[in-house]
Design a protein. Structure first.
Length: 330
């Protein structure tokens, strides 16, 4: 990879649609006055972690773009469950229940969304316990929330530390839902496999093998890494070529893909072999893709050692959810 192509890659990551959507978070965080790690309920994690007895309740919500719901209503409903469960897993937790809010033009238009929601809930073994329905709306929209539980040890977005190894774990046993960037390794997979794969994350938390993690979102693997680095107040360098990917998928497309099972984990060097072995035992592709440092710079590096800066957190916030709380507008 030439220096020019590496710089072009860094620019494309910064300008990616998924990263642009994440930038919307910054203004909302500042407007609501939400704090960083020092707040009672830190904002910036995949779920709100609410202290509860000897553990934590986990609470999260996902909303879906109108165009997505219209173009692929079954998968939109399915994702309502699937992506929320990934958020719970990214915190080292286990899901308890989901609720949905659905708007459609009529009952027939709602049917495919509800079918996907029901199928995913059955496969993952998590009940839908209620919600809100309006089948007389002007457009179709969907939001789904999840309640989960974790123990004392959480996986968070705030605990990546200098010296950690950044690991990417992605289920490659899937295909794109063309022409979209959604890598689907979930629909049609056995229920036992889906549930067991997600349980790896809670096992890592319970056994103290990892403290920081994030599920790969619509921002892609590198965009998600930016959010993890910002929340933890650190920097890091990543080799994009090291990210596990299917052999027939171009790197440029893969870096903006949204995998149905994909996680980034910040792991102490001595725990890396054990963490990789957990995923290997589930036939989930996992690899070390970079290192965490104290620079507050997110960089990409090629095989020749050339680097390009993707984001300078000292100069500009991305989602505004760092350890020290929201930053003032620049």
């Amino acid at each position: 990879m030439t220096a020019d192509s590496l710089q072009d890659l860094a620019r494309r990551i910064r300008d990616a649609r998924g990263v642009a959507h994440k930038r919307d978070i910054d203004a909302v965080v500042r407007r609501l006055g939400l704090g960083g790690r020092s707040a009672a309920i830190p904002v910036g994690d995949d779920c709100a972690a609410i202290p509860d007895g000897d553990g934590h309740l986990l609470f999260a919500i996902e909303g879906f773009l109108e165009g997505f719901v219209a173009a692929d209503p079954y998968f939109a409903g399915y994702c309502g469950v699937m992506v929320n469960l990934s958020d719970v897993a990214a915190m080292g937790g286990r899901p308890l229940a989901v609720v949905d809010a659905l708007w459609s033009r009529d009952a027939a238009a709602a049917d495919a969304v509800l079918a996907g929601l029901c199928d995913a809930a059955a496969l993952y073994g998590v009940p839908v316990v209620g919600g809100h329905t309006n089948t007389r709306a002007e457009a179709g929209n969907l939001a789904v929330a999840v309640l989960g539980r974790a123990g004392r040890r959480l996986l968070t977005s705030f605990d990546a530390a200098p010296g950690d190894v950044l690991i990417a774990a992605i289920d490659l046993r899937g295909r794109f839902r063309e022409p979209n960037p959604y890598w689907d390794a979930s629909t049609g997979a056995p229920a036992e496999r889906l549930r067991g794969d997600l349980a790896v994350l809670s096992g890592l938390a319970d056994d103290g093998l990892c403290a920081a993690a994030k599920d790969i979102s619509m921002a892609g693997a590198l965009g998600t890494a930016l959010m993890l680095l910002e929340c933890s107040g650190v920097g890091g360098v990543i080799d994009p070529q090291a990210i596990p990917r299917p052999p027939d998928v171009p790197l440029a497309r893969w870096l903006t893909a949204f995998p149905s099972f994909g996680f980034l984990l910040s792991v102490r060097p001595e725990a890396v072999p054990a963490v990789l072995a957990r995923f290997a035992a589930r036939d989930v592709a996992a690899a070390a893709i970079g290192r965490i440092d104290a620079s507050r710079l997110a960089r990409v590096r090629d095989a020749e050692g050339e680097e390009a800066v993707v984001w300078d957190f000292g100069a500009e916030a991305l989602i505004g959810c760092g350890r020290d709380g929201p930053k003032a507008a620049s």
